[in-house]
Design a protein around this ligand. Structure first.
Ligand SMILES: NC(=O)c1ccc[n+]([C@@H]2O[C@H](COP(=O)([O-])OP(=O)(O)OC[C@H]3O[C@@H](n4cnc5c(N)ncnc54)[C@H](OP(=O)(O)O)[C@@H]3O)[C@@H](O)[C@H]2O)c1
Length: 307
């Protein structure tokens, strides 16, 4: 009997060693690694039209999954359609552990402009566009991307579009619902009306409006997925960030990602890149541990006391 106890303890130890909770978090019914991949950069300039080098885009996607990435963020309005079609061409049939998260709520003009698309008809056809272009029967997670202001989160009830998405979920076309570009009030409204599995908002080392929200969602076990984790179209630049990176023998972007991994356990990263080299660099950030002094210095960037 005592042997069984010893064996059980040994198994428990092995499990604890293998499943590092700092490196995974729940996303809907799945558990994903904390470093995923954002596919937006794969479309052409301005997230419009095809990429300059389609083969390179396919290679980045295949390398991401081959390297162990199990969470890809996309939308059918990237391109439009292009990014989903690239994902499908590169990866279909998808590995069983891959979670593809998409978003609806916007449309593109002929000139590449972005505008809201929240009618029941627009949301329904966006879900069908994603299903068709990704070649799946059900979308694992769909973020309702709110666009009441132009690009900033702007107050207003999300009841109408959320109820359309909940209907599509009841029809079996969508497994889980997330929210994007939302205020704290809209997150509360959404969570009161539906099961929300993730929130995707603008957040990074220098842009920390959501600090309180992140902690609230962490306490509720809801994933927080920062968009523009590296600063987006204008990647982060800071002397402190560069100094800390130099001291650690890392790159500034790796430090920016590692800072978010240490910021809260519910943060899932989706850095976007069209470059194989940057993809590998971003993945390696998962193994970078920032000392406390470095975190303290980096925290001053958003506070505006250093640059
Ligand atoms: N919900 C929303 O409203 C929303 C809005 C925006 C984005 N998103 C999602 O969030 C994901 C991430 O955001 P994002 O791609 O816009 O911005 P990001 O990840 O903050 O930054 C991407 C930019 O950083 C560059 N980059 C990436 N890795 C780098 C590295 N190691 N060193 C130097 N530069 C690097 C990329 O250029 P290269 O291609 O040259 O590497 C690209 O210009 C998107 O892919 C998309 O899926 C969602």
């Amino acid at each position: 009997m005592s042997n069984f106890v010893a064996d059980d303890a040994a198994v428990a130890l092995i499990i604890v060693t293998m499943i590092d909770v700092r490196k995974t978090f729940a996303l809907g019914a799945r558990t994903v690694k904390r470093v995923g991949y954002g596919a937006m950069q794969l479309a052409g300039p301005g997230v419009f039209g095809p990429p300059k080098d389609g083969q390179a885009a396919l290679a980045v996607l295949r390398e991401a999954v081959a390297s162990g990435i199990d969470h890809i963020d996309t939308s059918d309005y990237y391109g439009p359609h292009i990014t989903n079609q690239l994902i499908c061409e590169a990866l279909h049939p998808y590995p069983s552990d891959l979670v593809i998260v998409t978003k609806i709520g916007a449309k593109r003009g002929k000139d590449g402009s972005w505008s809201p698309a929240f009618s029941a008809e627009a949301l329904t056809s966006a879900v069908h566009d994603n299903l068709r272009n990704l070649k799946v029967d059900v979308l694992e997670v769909v973020n309702l991307r709110i666009m009441f202001g132009v690009h900033q989160p702007t107050e207003g009830s999300i009841e109408a579009p959320l109820s359309v998405l909940a209907d599509l979920q009841r029809q079996g076309l969508v497994r889980h619902i997330g929210l994007s570009n939302v205020t704290t009030k809209q997150v509360a409204e959404g969570r009161a009306r539906a099961k929300i599995v993730c929130v995707q908002n603008h957040y990074n080392l220098a842009h920390r409006d959501d600090d309180t929200l992140i902690d609230e969602l962490a306490a509720a076990g809801v994933a927080y997925v920062p968009f523009f984790p590296l600063g987006g179209f204008t990647p982060l630049q800071s002397t402190v960030l560069s100094d800390v990176a130099k001291a650690l023998g890392a790159t500034p972007m790796q430090v920016a990602l590692a800072w978010m991994l240490q910021r809260a356990a519910n943060i899932l990263l989706i850095p976007g890149t069209s470059s194989m080299e940057h993809l590998r660099e971003n993945l390696a950030a998962a193994n970078l541990k920032l000392p406390n002094e470095a975190v303290t210095r980096l925290n001053r960037i958003a506070a505006g006391t250093v640059r």
